[in-house]
Design a protein around this ligand. Structure first.
Ligand SMILES: [Zn+2]
Length: 383
């Protein structure tokens, strides 16, 4: 595989997941790769997923936004993709990063319904409005990725807006996500004992927490594996979670999931698998100030506890207040419960708080997943 293409694929790979806490929109990968008008290139191209993710990032004004991709099994052997692209999709399938199905049916909408996520599709969903009323009733909940002057853009099916709107998870979805589920099929990538089980299982680079397990499909009300069609067994309570977000220079750069299982370290370059690395977004001064492992976050009985592990200390901004007089110093080795709306500040402009509670406001300048894209893939139609 050409080096630069493989780098783009790696960037895109970091932006597909079936984690209910992190995915921000649902799409059908087999549909998206055929948006030929986005670049005027060959009939199917996996890079179009990156273009659609970029459009989502721009419209959400948040960086590193992952999507939940449902994939028809036929795409894994689709002759319109290159052999390398097919290999990449197979690896995603084996790692459980995408959901591969024999018959996707309305699974894309079911996932969106269970998780309260927006849907990115050009398909007309008229026949599904009865089952999923939000398709017709909630403006911005379904958006079509279309070609625009400055690259792909989004247009809402209802209301004509461009900003994806989330709903709330359906009651069934909320209930399903309180439990862990197990598929009887050996090596099931979505509901197996751990990790994927396919041909690339040994190479799996993705460490997944059980709290990030995909939502089952409901068949006659019973939780079922969408891939294998078998009834799932209840494997116990899902660990509690809290989604936190890193905000740098006024922009949310990435979200991460805190579970009751283990603490998460945040800093310039924490030596923890799953630690949150900030170095790439920091200027020299901030790099010097912020320790490799600066903060530790823990989730204990539903409360987020932050401990300062740094040399220079941090501060709490109560309720997100940017008033300097209200900033509470958090000295090295000191711990504190994060109150509603509170942000921890590692350095001026570098903050962590609960996702969804962080204010945004700075001019948005996202890091494109396509930044490394070879120019041949970016032959966008001229305005
Ligand atoms: Zn299964």
């Amino acid at each position: 595989m050409r080096f630069e293409i493989s780098k783009v694929m790696d960037a895109i790979e970091g932006r597909v997941c079936t984690d209910p806490h992190l995915a921000r929109a649902v799409l059908d990968l087999a549909e998206v790769v055929r948006y030929q008008d986005l670049d005027g290139g060959r009939p199917a191209n996996l890079l179009r997923l990156g273009m659609v993710i970029d459009a989502l990032v721009r419209h959400l004004e948040e960086d590193n936004v992952p999507v939940y991709a449902v994939v028809h099994r036929a795409l894994l052997s689709d002759a319109d993709l290159t052999s390398n692209e097919r290999m990449v999709v197979r690896r995603w399938a084996d790692d459980g990063l995408v959901e591969v199905l024999d018959n996707p049916g309305d699974r894309m909408l079911e996932v969106a319904d269970l998780l309260g996520l927006p849907v990115l599709t050009r398909a007309r969903l008229d026949g599904l409005r009865g089952r999923y009323p939000w398709v017709a009733e909630q403006p911005g909940r379904v958006l079509a990725p279309v070609a625009g002057a400055g690259g792909p853009t989004l247009t809402a099916h209802v209301g004509g807006g461009t900003v994806p709107v989330s709903g709330t998870p359906s009651p069934a979805g909320a209930q399903l996500l309180t439990r862990l589920w197990r598929c009887a099929e050996p090596g099931c990538a979505l509901f197996g004992g751990g990790g994927g089980g396919g041909a690339f299982a040994d190479l799996a680079r993705v460490e997944r927490s059980p709290s990030g397990q995909a939502p089952p499909t409901l068949r006659s009300g019973a939780p079922t594996c969408p891939r294998h069609g078998s009834r799932l067994t209840d494997a116990g309570a899902r660990p509690r979670t809290q989604v936190l977000a890193v905000r740098i220079g006024g922009l949310t750069r990435r979200r991460f999931v805190l579970t009751s299982d283990e603490p998460v370290l945040v800093g310039r370059a924490p030596e923890q698998s799953g630690g949150v690395v900030l170095g790439q977004w920091l200027n020299d001064e901030a790099r010097r100030w912020i320790s490799r492992s600066h903060l530790q976050f823990e989730l204990r009985v539903g409360e987020v506890i932050v401990t300062d592990l740094s040399t220079n200390g941090s501060g709490i901004r109560p309720g997100g207040s940017m008033d300097e007089a209200e900033r509470i110093p958090l000295a090295p080795r000191q711990s504190r419960v994060l109150g509603p709306g509170d942000m921890v500040e590692l350095y001026p402009g570098v903050q962590v708080g609960r996702a969804g509670e962080l204010p945004t406001g700075a001019a948005f300048n996202p890091t494109s997943v396509m930044a490394e894209a070879p120019t041949m893939a970016m032959r966008l139609p001229r305005p």
